[in-house]
Design a protein around this ligand. Structure first.
Ligand SMILES: N[C@@H](CCC[C@H](N)C(=O)O)C(=O)O
Length: 265
């Protein structure tokens, strides 16, 4: 492969190199190539790379890689972006079901071009509540800590320390710092594993914060607005004694550009 056609998408500032891999041409095992494509100086630039592939039981399949080149767990904003991509390619209309690493996801393309994505259910017994943080899995692992004045918080230093702490070894975790703005609105900043930096938005992170704030009783709402550095996300859910279900992540997802890049495998 000498030239690679790619698309660039962003969902509230979480940006992805998007590749139509329905023919299966992309060399998935090439970690260096994926890392290069995500490099903001030498490559295209992105927090991650996503392959859209054929799937026998759903409209398509999402394969997600972090910017470091390694395949990872679910990406909520990436999930919203790949739905926009599938819609732009004409693979789907307004409703879809697609396959991802954590299972099947339903999604809707809304009239205002936002994408609503159903996330996995969260079993209440799996949520670990500690004095100063909550840990839960919303498709990806998330540490959630409430802080004062998140705007001026040193997300990189504290996020990196927690991500690499023995508590989460060897896999690591994503780390979210949250400040309450009102009864159902929160501002968050997230350090992302695999990007190894703060990103402008993290969909599974915003979902984790919404669920954590509810389980802790900080909010009683099931419709939560999360302000991220790159915009706004809305999370809604139902719950019973065992779990949070019908968890929906809603927000903007847009194509930024299409291009061709020279690559040497
Ligand atoms: N940006 C994502 C999360 C992507 C996965 C994460 N970096 C990890 O490795 O756990 C999102 O929007 O959910």
């Amino acid at each position: 492969m000498e030239k690679l056609t790619f698309f660039k998408y962003q969902g509230t500032g979480n940006d992805f190199v998007m590749i139509d891999n329905r023919t299966g041409f992309f060399p998935k095992e090439n970690v260096q190539l994926i890392n290069f494509l995500c490099d903001r100086r030498f490559g295209i630039g992105g927090d991650g790379l996503i392959l859209l592939e054929n799937d026998s039981s759903a409209d398509f399949k999402m394969v997600y890689y972090n910017a470091d080149g390694n395949e990872s767990t679910m990406c909520g904003n990436g999930g919203r972006c790949i739905v926009a991509f599938a819609h732009d390619l004409g693979i789907i209309d307004k409703q879809t079901t697609f396959n991802a690493i954590d299972g099947l996801h339903n999604a809707t393309v809304n009239e205002n071009a936002t994408i609503a994505l159903q996330m996995i259910d969260v079993d209440k017994k799996s949520i670990k509540i500690n004095d100063d943080f909550t840990f839960l899995f919303t498709g990806s692992p998330h540490h959630v800590a409430v802080v004062n004045n998140v705007e001026n918080f040193d997300v990189f230093t504290h996020g990196k320390q927690i991500r690499y702490s023995d508590l989460y070894a060897p896999g690591g975790t994503n780390v979210n710092f949250v400040e309450q703005l009102n009864s159902e609105r929160f501002k968050i900043r997230t350090y992302e594993r695999g990007v190894e930096d703060e990103t402008l938005s993290c969909g599974t992170g915003a979902t984790a914060v919404a669920v954590a704030m509810n389980v802790l009783g900080i909010t009683t709402s099931n419709k939560i607005a999360v302000q991220v550095e790159g915009g706004d996300l809305q999370i809604t859910f139902d719950q019973n004694q065992e779990k949070y279900f019908n968890v929906m992540l809603n927000g903007a997802a847009k194509q930024v550009f299409k291009g061709e890049i020279s690559v040497k495998e």
